[in-house]
Every structure is written in C-alpha cells, then in structure tokens.
Ligand binder design. Structure first.
Ligand code: SAH
Length: 689
C-alpha cells in the first residue's frame, strides 16, 4: 500500500503530493513523536507513579480489587506503574498500532504480561462484558491525554465516554483534576506576532509609514494555539497586568462534559496598561488532596520551573481580538470559551455588558482580515522587526533608481511597498496563485494608496511573459527571500530557482537583491533539547529500550537522517565551535546543473557535549549589508547563543555524542560533508565525530 504525503518542493516553491511507502507516515510519526521527551520527563513520571500508588492503595483499603483502565498507554508505562503498585489487572488502551505493538513487547519484557492487557483500539471502541475487551468496568482511570492547551488532544470527549461506558461510578482517577490558569499581560514582543505595526521607512524625501488595512485591527486571528517555551521569554518583554487567576478545573473522577462552554472570572488589574495577551498554563493534581502536583507554571510564578524542562507541555499565548486599555483597580471580566478541543479568551469591562453567560460563548476565532492566513506568527514578528526592515531599506536605497523596473518574488512581502517609497516607480510583485494572497496584498496596497503603483502578477515565474512586464526588462530583482512552504532554512532558495526561471526577462546588468546567500554551521551543546532525540533506557525502573530502538529505527528509515527545524530562541544552547560558512549560493547567476558540495572539519574550541550541528542561512542583500536567519551573537564567554527569534534554524542531531570535560581530552575537530543537490533543492549532510 502507498500513502500520499504533502511535502514542500524547494525547486518549485509548491506543496506537492508525493507517493510514499506505507511505512513512511508511521516512521515520521514515531521519529518526530514526543514519546522520548515524555519518558525523559522525570517530574511527570515520578508524580504519576506517586499518584497511581496512592489510588491503588485507596481502592485496596476499601477492600476492592484494583482494576485499572489506562487510556492512551503509549509504551505501557502508566499500566506498568499500576501493576507494580499492586493493581490486580490493567487494561491498556492504545489507538496507534505501532505503539500498541511496542507496548505489548515492553509489557512482556518487564514481566507484566499476566497483569496488563494491551487493547489496540480507540477508547470509544472498547467493549465491556464477558466477551468484551474488558471483563468489567474499571475502578481506577489513568490517562495522559493532555497537550499544552490541556484539551487539544481530545481529553474531554475521551473522559466523557469513559465515564459513561468504561469505568465505575466513584472511580479513582489519576490525575484527579486539572486546573487552567491565566494571566493578563501587555507585551509588545508577543503582540507583534499578531498585528502588523506601522512600518517606518526612512526615504530621501522624509519618513514614510506603511500601514495595515483597518480590518486587521479587530480581527480575532486564527484559532490554532500559540504554544511556546514561556520560560525563555525575559521578564523585560512582559508587563504583568493582573495576578494569576484560576479559569476552571476539571475533576476527572466524575462524569466529564465536553460540550462547548465558557468560564468567566473577575479581575482587578494590578497595573494600568494595554491588555493584549492572556498567558495560560495548567497543572494536574495526581490525588484528591492536591499534594502531588505537576505544574506548567512559568518561572515568575514558580521559580524552580526553569529546571523542569519539557517540550511536550509548554505554555499558551492567547491573543485578544484587539488591545484594550485597562486601569489599575478597575474591575474587568476575563472569559475563557472552549469547545471540545480548543480554548480562546475574551475581555469585558465590568459595566454590566454581556452579563448573560450564554452570550459569552461566541464562536471560535476566525481570521476576517486574511493577514493571519497569509502570515503566521513568526512571520508577523519578522515583518515587525524594524532592524531587519532597516537593512532592506539600506540595501534597496543603494540599488534602486527612479527608472528601475523592479520585480519582487517573495510570499506576502512588503518589499514592493518599501521599494516604492525608496524611489522605484515601476514595480511588479510576483505571487504564486493563491487567491487570499492576492486579495490581502491588494488591501495592503490600497491602505497605502499604492494599488495603481504596484502591479501584482498572479503567475508562476516560469509562466512570466513580456506582456506581464509591458515589454520591459527587469533591472532589479528583489526577494527577502521568504516563502510560506519553506520548512528548513535552505528551502527559501526557491528564490534562486524563480530567478533562474525569469532569466530571459532580466537586463544584462540586472541587480539581484539579495545578491547571494550563504549557509552557516556551528556545533552546539543544548541545555535541554537533546532530550527529544536521546534514548531513555529505563524509565522509573522499567525497561523501555524497545521504544528507543523503535525511534532509532524510524530516524534511520531509508537512511534519511535529516536536519529538522527548531526555533532555537526557545531552546538554549552554547556554541562549541566558531560559526563557519560552509556553502554559498550566487543569485547573480542561474542555479547550476551540478551539485554544490563541501567537505571539511570544524574545530571544537569549548568543552562540552556535542549534541549536534545548527545550520542557518545568511542573505547578502548588497555589498556590506547582510541579514541572518540564525545566529545573532554569542553573548558571553560561556558560549551562550542568541538566535534570530523569527526564524527556525536547522538542527542535525548527532547519533552519538561526544563529551569532554576538559579541553585536553577534547577531540579537536568534527568532519563534515555537505551537499546541495540542485535537482531536489535539498541539502544533505554527514558528520564524523
Ligand atoms: N501513557 C503514555 C503515553 C501518553 S501519549 C505515557 O504517559 O507515557 C498519549 C497516547 O494516547 C498516544 O500514544 C495516543 O496515540 C494515545 N491516545 C490518545 N487518545 C486515545 C484514545 N481515546 N484511545 C486510545 N488511545 C489514545
């Protein structure tokens, strides 16, 4: 059997459906899964174990047999904990077949096969009765079905069903309850991920301003959760406007309702300011008394949280539909609305409006201005980055003349507007044919009275004709470059392919901006991110090597060990080598027919554990003007790195790590081979430690 997988093709800039081996999906699922991260999460694991022991003891003290239902067993971990704690029998339900198979093996290996029955079904398909999957209803319900938003993985409908059909009334639940917390804040940095701020442009004839269409102002944005490692956000980027408030709790030992509802809480701002964002996280109490608590609270709420790293549960950033001034001491209402799978927030002044609870549960946010469909959150941040804009302005000023015929190729770009303000009067913007791009960009141009100054060409570069260009040749070709389909840093090299496709329309002395790009690399030690790819061995005393082997096997599937994108501003690391330029791509020339490859070695200059290599692109806009999508600086002698906060960098994890405590026993270098294949647009790499 074959499956079809969507993949961005960097040579065409388009999403393509590629026929893949039926195992492909499953290997992707395993290789990129969070199972390793969960197994490394000691705080979570020890608290589950304590909670499960306590629940088994409570049932035993009542003189009952302890029958456990573990929904979403994964590796079987929580069922093995229950069996070790003295449970009489466990039903371990897992919907994902490869995981259910792994659970069977792991349970067997740890000697629990007579105590644990693995059921490869979705919990809502599980039957109870003499011929059913379960002989009888369970009196202990154990689950770990939570995501950063708590309910995004379907915990509520799963619990609702389990209480109706799979567990006894009055059952014990581990966790016993979950509580969602919220805090109202002002943060220019995070708000810049949601709205386009006016972009100032220093032009020769004075400062100009790029403004956004008015619809954006009140647009609620997109419903997808924004989850981040909030502990990496410095307190200087957040102005707290309220205390932390409890929005709602769910008691998992009682019947759960998943139907849409809302929860309203009164707040008294502790400071006057602009309410823009609701930061939110949750905690779980493993036992009814609340003595075994596992919390996602950020560092300013719980000082030790910075040391409890995990990537499978982070914190949520909710953007209010529009910013609202609040006054210290003046009461306001914050409402959390939810459906079965997601949450969103509303703020109301206390003056009686919206008293009726039913009115409060409005539909989940839908982008009305189209900007949130075109630009994702990091892209908003990038467009709002004034330092970055300044580099483009400087470079454009150098290359543009009033008679320039300028073509811009980039997705959802403001470069044509910049170019207009900087003097170019004949501007074309080339876009791939996605209609909301067109309509939204037209709105931006209209808002800036440029709709008749910039012509949008809706065509792919290879279909560009002289009539699109009114029989003129392009003298300046510009790109950021940025394309929405790019996953890894080098996928934006699509600009080079597009540039090659329009070659016949370029003047002989065309200026291409950026004139070139370079790929840079550095060896790093991660503070925590290494955990997501590191084998676990044993977890709370249980042998989970079967899972380690499975992940390793999936990572090596078709030997396609690949770099993966990560926003490194969220994942602290230190540099163990100097950054090194490894490949360059000359946009002044067409894409070559042959591969670009390089081999060499990179010196390790600092002690530490080499977890992997980080790679990123730098764009050379014009002579002496470059922008980086990766390393901004190495901030101190310890080697702590600062990364571009609006881009993901490529991380290649080494399959074996080298540790060195002192410089003397340090291997001096790591050798590498890196290859860019112009036929696929992909970069492959290999390292020897
Ligand atoms: N219990 C394990 C794994 C948790 S990950 C541990 O704590 O380490 C959650 C698992 O639940 C995933 O493997 C997912 O496939 C599974 N799952 C989620 N909802 C489910 C449902 N309703 N029925 C069965 N499996 C489910």
């Amino acid at each position: 059997m074959k499956t079809f997988c969507g993949r961005a093709n960097p040579t065409t800039g388009a999403m393509e459906w590629i026929e893949e081996d039926e195992n492909y999906d499953y290997h992707q699922e395993i290789a990129r899964s969070r199972y390793a991260d969960m197994l490394h999460d000691r705080d979570r694991n020890t608290k589950y174990y304590q909670g499960i022991r306590a629940a088994v003891n409570r049932v035993k003290e009542r003189g009952e047999k302890a029958i456990v239902l573990d929904i979403g067993t994964g590796t079987g971990l929580l069922s093995m904990m229950a069996a070790s704690a003295g449970a009489d029998f466990c039903y371990a339900v897992e919907v994902f077949k490869p995981m259910a198979n792994a659970a069977v093996k792991i349970v067997e290996k740890n000697g629990f096969h007579d105590k644990i029955k693995v059921i490869n079904k979705h919990s809502t398909e599980v039957t109870v009765g003499p011929d059913g999957d379960m002989q009888c209803r369970a009196n202990i319900l154990v689950t770990e079905l939570f995501d950063t938003e708590l309910i995004g993985e379907g915990a509520l409908p799963t619990y609702e069903h389990a209480h109706k059909y799979l567990v006894q009334e009055g059952c014990e639940a581990v966790p016993h309850r979950a509580t969602v917390y919220a805090q109202l804040v002002e943060s220019k940095r995070m708000w810049s991920w949601n709205k386009l701020f006016p972009v100032p442009v220093e032009a020769e004839d004075g400062e100009k301003m790029i403004v956004s269409p008015s619809e954006m102002e009140k647009c609620p944005g997109v419903p997808s959760v924004c989850d981040i490692q909030l502990n990496q956000m410095p307190s200087s980027d957040i102005t707290v406007l309220s205390d932390v408030v409890t929005m709602f709790s769910v008691d998992f030992s009682k019947p759960v309702r998943s139907a849409s509802t809302s929860y309203r809480v009164q707040l008294e701002p502790v400071k006057s300011g602009k309410a823009q964002i609701v930061l939110s996280w949750w905690d779980i109490d493993m036992d009814p008394s609340g003595t075994i608590n596992c919390t996602m609270a950020p560092y300013w709420v719980k000082s030790t949280s910075a040391f409890q790293w995990r990537d499978h549960w982070m914190q949520c950033v909710y953007f209010l539909p529009n910013e609202e001034p609040v006054l210290q001491g003046e009461l306001i209402y914050l409402t959390a609305c939810r459906d079965e799978y997601s949450l969103w927030y509303k703020l109301q002044k206390a003056s009686g409006e919206g008293e009726n609870k039913a009115d409060l549960c409005v539909e989940s946010p839908v982008c009305r201005c189209q900007a949130h469909l075109l630009w994702n959150r990091p892209r908003f941040g990038q467009l709002n980055d004034q330092n970055r804009t300044r580099q483009y302005v400087r470079a454009l000023t150098k290359v543009l003349k009033t008679d320039s015929v300028c073509l811009c190729i980039s997705d959802g770009s403001l470069l044509p507007v910049l170019a207009h303000y900087l003097g170019a009067k004949q501007l074309k913007l080339m876009i791939k044919t996605v209609c909301y791009f067109f309509f939204f960009l037209l709105k931006v141009f209209k808002a800036n009275h440029l709709e008749d100054k910039i012509k949008i060409i809706e065509a792919r570069p290879e279909l560009l004709t002289s009539s699109h260009l009114e029989n003129k040749k392009i003298s300046v070709l510009v790109g950021e470059p940025f394309f929405t389909t790019s996953l890894l840093p080098w996928h934006n090299l699509y600009f080079w392919y597009a540039r090659t496709a329009v070659t016949s329309h370029l003047t002989s002395n065309v200026t291409v901006l950026p004139q070139s790009a370079s790929l840079h690399m550095m060896i790093v030690e991660f503070q925590d991110l290494w955990r997501i790819r590191s084998p676990c061995g044993t977890c709370e005393g249980f042998d989970v090597r079967t899972m380690d082997d499975m992940i390793k096997n999936s990572l090596n599937f078709r030997e396609s060990k690949e770099a993966e994108p990560h926003p490194l501003w969220e994942y602290p690391c230190k540099s163990l080598s100097d950054p090194q330029e490894v490949l360059t791509f000359d946009f002044r020339k067409a894409v070559p027919q042959y591969c670009l490859s390089t081999e060499g070695s990179i010196n390790l200059s600092r002690k530490g554990t080499s977890h992997g290599a980080v790679l990123w692109m730098e764009y050379h806009l014009a002579a002496d003007i470059s922008v980086t999508t990766g390393l901004m600086q190495i901030s101190n002698e310890k080697g702590n790195c600062e990364w571009n906060p609006h881009c993901k960098q490529a991380v290649y994890f080494f399959s074996s790590v080298i540790e060195s405590e002192s410089l003397s026993d340090l291997p001096t270098a790591i050798t590498y081979a890196i290859n860019f294949d112009p036929k696929t647009g992909e970069i492959t790499m290999d390292f020897k430690l």
